[in-house]
Ligand binder design. Structure first.
Ligand SMILES: [Zn+2]
Length: 477
């Protein structure tokens, strides 16, 4: 397989055993040229070429890339010095697009990169590249049809019930999220915000003091300090698995687009929070003992009103009433009432879009969900509406054509777009220092966490062997 993704084989730098031994820039990789598909014109061809590139990520049937050879000693994890059990902390910085880390100097994030393991060209989100589906894939190892959160908002076609981001009924949330897996094994977990964390499932009952009810007004510093306070507790009270969530820089990305200076400011702020966390852990003597995974849920791309596809413009071919549309953009989802032929509607829509007479029509392609490319893993759920449109990078679908000229940012597009990638930076005793691994999908993370915590996870879409290419083997004693 001679694609960009496959040619980026795992490379490892000389593995050091000491924090910051890799300060010398001679040992640092120069950032690889960041290739971004030339966006819109490459839309369809990208879909085809990346299908092959990503297919190796599905289940464990394909071979994961092997780490470069180094001595066994350099590849073993480091013993814990203060903690009595392994701890994994996953930090999500919402909408932290891959590449934001190069906007300016970020000393704390760079410290984690330098002394940890990084996905060289970023972490690949699941489709749709939206906040709730992705956060829940990270903690379940499942693609959205299997964990049930197929969009940030959707309607159950059988019950008619509506899911939204405040729905905590366990009927929506399938699979075993990590906090549930961890507590099923008699270990403690804590969640300082994460989609799904307030849902009571299995032996997880969202315990007070360990499971924070979502409140976006809690200052970020307060979240960091609350997390640090867990390390002041008696050893057996310290959670084995912890989450921490920041809404930024997603918020600024939507408002101003990914290239605005206010993104740089937001990223600097995230870096300062990471610095606060590192300092607090160092004061408690646990920084080198905690496995920290810093990631995002998805990237961000600039949008502008001139890049709009309006469904009303298709009226000459087929009328799509707004009542049929469950979501417009960047995932167009349509559920016509019973009695309509969905394949006929798809055919008519694509005929109009391809006619050359619909503005930006070439940047929307409509599918029966079962005909979507397999690599998207977006068909095997009754919750997914029967008609799904893939929207060109940076384009927006609306019902009627607007006259505004607003610009901002969005995500939710095809996960093959480089702009939808986010970061994966892992630091701690089970991660090699100064190591780069190829990009992978976030469904692989669940198995990494269960491997570190030495527990059996639920079955999932990640590959068991892939986790071994990122996580170091357990220390022998
Ligand atoms: Zn967002």
């Amino acid at each position: 397989m001679a694609s960009d993704h496959q040619s980026t084989l795992t490379t490892s730098l000389p593995i050091s055993t000491n924090e910051d031994d890799l300060h010398s820039s001679a040992l640092l990789p120069s950032p690889a040229p960041r290739k971004s598909p030339s966006s819109t014109l490459a839309f369809i061809s990208l879909v085809i070429t990346t299908a092959a590139a990503f297919s190796f990520l599905f289940f464990s049937s394909s071979k994961p890339p092997n780490p470069s050879p180094h001595s066994t000693a350099a590849l073993s994890s480091r013993p814990l010095s203060k903690l009595h059990h392994p701890v994994v902390l996953i930090i999500s910085s919402d909408g932290f697009r891959f590449g934001y880390q190069f906007k300016t100097d970020l000393p704390n994030i760079n410290r984690l990169i330098r002394n940890g393991t990084e996905a060289d060209l970023g972490l690949i989100p699941v489709f749709p590249t939206l906040t709730f589906p992705n956060h829940y894939s990270i903690v379940t190892g499942l693609y959205p049809p299997y964990h049930g959160i197929i969009n940030n908002y959707f309607t159950d076609p059988i019950s008619g019930d509506k899911f939204n981001m405040a729905s905590h009924d366990p009927k929506w949330w399938l699979g075993d999220p990590l906090w549930e897996t961890v507590s099923n094994h008699g270990l403690k977990a804590s969640t300082y915000f994460w989609p799904g964390s307030e849902v009571r499932k299995g032996s997880w009952n969202c315990p007070t003091n360990y499971c924070m009810p979502y409140n976006e007004s809690v200052p970020f510093e307060e979240r960091v300090d609350a997390l640090l306070s867990y390390f002041d507790m008696p050893s057996d009270e310290i959670p084995s698995f912890m989450t921490l969530y920041f809404e930024d820089p997603d918020h600024q990305g939507h408002q101003y687009g990914p290239d605005d200076v206010r993104i740089t400011d937001a990223v600097v702020e995230i870096d300062a929070l990471i610095g606060r966390l590192i300092r607090g852990m160092e004061e408690r003597g646990v920084f080198q003992d905690v496995n920290i995974i810093l990631l995002g849920d998805h990237g961000m791309v600039g949008t502008c009103d001139k890049r709009v596809i309006a469904l009303d413009d298709l009226a000459e071919w087929v009328k799509i009433p707004k009542e049929w549309v469950q979501s417009y953009t960047p995932v167009l989802s349509i559920r016509p009432p019973p009695g309509y032929s969905t394949s006929e509607i798809v055919g008519k829509m694509n005929e109009g879009l391809g006619s050359g007479r619909v503005e930006n029509g070439e940047f929307l392609r409509v599918f029966l969900k079962e005909d979507l490319p397999n690599r998207l893993h977006y068909s095997d759920s009754y919750r997914i509406p029967p008609i799904v449109g893939l929207v060109g990078e940076g384009f927006t679908v609306t019902q009627t054509r607007s006259t505004g000229q607003e610009c901002g940012g969005a995500h939710g597009y095809d996960n093959a777009f480089f702009s939808m990638r986010t970061i994966f930076i892992a630091h701690g005793p089970r991660f090699a220092r100064g190591r780069k691994v190829p990009s992978f999908e976030n469904v692989q993370i669940y198995n990494m966490v269960t491997r570190i915590l030495k527990i059996d996870g639920a079955s999932n879409n990640g590959s068991v062997s892939f986790a071994d290419t990122v996580v170091l083997p357990a220390h022998s004693n």
